[in-house]
Design a protein around this ligand. Structure first.
Ligand code: HEM
Length: 518
């Protein structure tokens, strides 16, 4: 018995020693790093919900203002945090081939489904799939989808009660219903009206799958910061029932379309078209004829997996973005009034027929959307992984060459760049003027990373922006958003969310406009 206790004590001592040794990682590379805790690294306060991840990032970012990069620990895994905008450009664009992967959020054995979606793919498989998916998001394809966006936005506005008093709304629920109906429409071509019929099966499944309950949120939080924790928690992006539900919907829709010769310009159709082309053009896809790599064919199942992945992003991230933006509009009535004036003016000019070009030519609207993305982007950090050995050459007097090995995790602190006074005067202020024609040249692109940056940036960004503009156009034609006593002020950053999310919901007042000019 005594012998067993000694063995256990020795085992524990070795484990603790190993953990402490790992924490010397950045010191050995002469990279500055605040003192981490064994096992938890810099994440202890996030776990206790005392500080959110962006706040922890900002503390470190601000502390080492004379450094281009700093070290930190996601639990016991070392990550290199980039503080310098030129280095961000090098990593995401100039030397992208050495940093072409995302962090492995959920490993293949923890969640094989997640690993098949574009965001999780690596190397040539990613490159290949990206070409196919991106082709479904060109400007001309956006124009084809535009009528669907209008239709869904009209449905939302006609569900809003036109009362002569301010009504309190849960804007998250409102926009979630819209984006679910819209995503189903543009992704699968399915007609659904969650405003009229909130008990419809699609809305129920999406709510279960995408409105993340606290426990699942905690699992994702753990998974986002540590691979081993993800495995331990058995964190999966979608549960099996959700996956089967959507895959069946896609199969049935494809079958129906084949049997009834239906053609509809939604993402399902566009990806199927790309898939067909892909099958015919396989040999031409290879850039280098001596390359023996054979691009994998895109099966029907692959199309389905990508669509379910996109359904999630377009519902979850979009809802988060538009809720944050509308929150700021409610708090800044002067900005909302100027936007409403531009909307009224455009409506007059377009004579009731709001085309894609009218919408995309609205300058102030664009400035408002860009500023919403800067200040309240759902994305608080981006990640990359070193895929080929890479040396960051010294530039500052205190630097030495930093040799990075494949597998090294990189963090790009989106939230910190957007709040750095070096780049934005009064950074906490919601100020669309930053993006005016006179001012926008002062903005460094690497400091506004809401949709990511470089070759791996968001493929759906133009869809998300058009969607936001159409929706707000039709709402603000008749209504104003105002704060009520239920609206949390200032913005309460949720501490267990890896997005910029309000911890006390998105309650706002909706007021019928008194000055509707038509
Ligand atoms: C406001 C809404 C959205 C935001 C803030 C957002 C943000 C992002 C970000 C930050 C990335 C990672 C970029 C990087 O690492 O450089 C990303 C990737 C991606 N997004 Fe979005 N996104 C939004 C909407 C959408 C929509 C509507 C779709 C599609 C329907 C979409 C599809 C994707 C895909 C497929 C990727 C992976 C790209 C790749 O790895 O090559 N996103 N998004």
């Amino acid at each position: 018995m005594g012998f067993l206790v000694v063995i256990i004590l020795i085992g524990v001592a070795i484990l603790i020693y190993e953990e402490i040794r790992k924490l010397q990682y950045w010191k050995k590379l002469s990279v500055p790093c605040t003192t981490p805790l064994p096992i938890f690294g810099h994440m202890a306060r996030a776990i206790c919900q005392r500080k959110s991840i962006p706040e922890i990032h900002k503390e470190m970012y601000d502390k080492y203002s004379n450094h281009r990069y700093i070290g930190y620990f996601l639990f016991n895994s070392p990550s290199l945090m980039i503080r310098d905008v030129e280095l961000v450009k090098t990593i995401c664009i100039k030397d992208f081939h050495c940093f072409s992967a995302h962090r492995e959020f959920l490993s293949k054995d923890t969640d094989p489904f997640w690993n098949r979606i574009l965001f999780a793919k690596k190397d040539r498989e990613w490159y290949d799939l990206r070409k196919i998916v991106a082709a479904a998001f060109t400007q001309s394809k956006m124009k084809q989808m535009y009528p669907f966006i209008i239709k869904c936005a009209m449905r939302l506005t006609s569900s809003l009660p036109e009362e002569n008093k301010t009504i309190s709304i849960d804007s998250y629920d409102l926009f979630f219903k819209f984006s679910n109906d819209f995503s189903l429409n543009t992704v699968f071509g399915i007609e659904c009206n969650s405003f009229k019929d909130p008990s419809n099966e699609f809305y129920k499944v999406a709510k279960n799958a995408f409105i993340v309950p606290k426990l699942k949120g905690l699992k994702f939080f753990g998974a986002a910061i540590s691979k081993s924790l993800a495995k331990f928690l058995n964190a999966k992006f979608f549960d099996d029932d959700t996956k089967e539900f959507y895959i069946k919907v896609i199969r049935d829709t494809l079958e129906y379309r084949k049997n009834h010769n239906v053609v509809r310009p939604d993402l399902l159709h566009l990806l199927k078209e790309e898939q067909k082309e892909r099958l015919q053009n396989v040999p031409k896809e290879l850039d280098d004829p001596s390359d023996t790599y054979t691009p994998p064919l895109m099966t029907e199942d692959d199309v389905a997996v990508q669509l379910v992945g996109m359904l999630f992003t377009s519902t979850y991230t979009f809802t988060n973005y538009i809720c944050n933006l509308v929150y700021e509009l409610a708090l800044h009535q002067d900005i909302q009034s100027r936007l409403i004036a531009e909307i009224d003016e455009t409506w007059r000019k377009c004579d009731g027929n709001l085309t894609f070009d009218h919408l995309t030519n609205m300058k102030y609207f664009d400035m408002v959307c860009q500023e919403g993305l800067r200040l309240r982007s759902p994305t608080v950090f981006m990640d990359r992984v070193v895929t080929k050995p890479y040396t960051i050459p010294p530039v500052l007097p205190h630097e030495k060459p930093l040799h990075l090995k494949p597998g090294q995790d990189i963090t790009i602190p989106v939230y910190c760049f957007s709040r750095d006074e070096k780049y934005f005067e009064n950074p906490e202020k919601f100020d669309p003027e930053r993006f005016s024609d006179e001012n926008k040249h002062k903005i460094i692109p690497q400091t506004c990373l809401g949709f990511g940056y470089g070759s791996r940036s968001c493929v759906g960004y133009s869809l998300a922006l058009v969607e936001t503009k159409v929706l707000l156009f039709f709402i603000l034609q008749r209504f104003r958003f105002v704060p009520t006593e239920k609206t949390p002020i200032p913005f309460p950053l949720d501490k267990i969310n890896i997005s910029q999310f309000s911890s006390r919901g998105y309650w706002l007042g909706l007021q019928l406009r008194e000055d509707i000019p038509y």
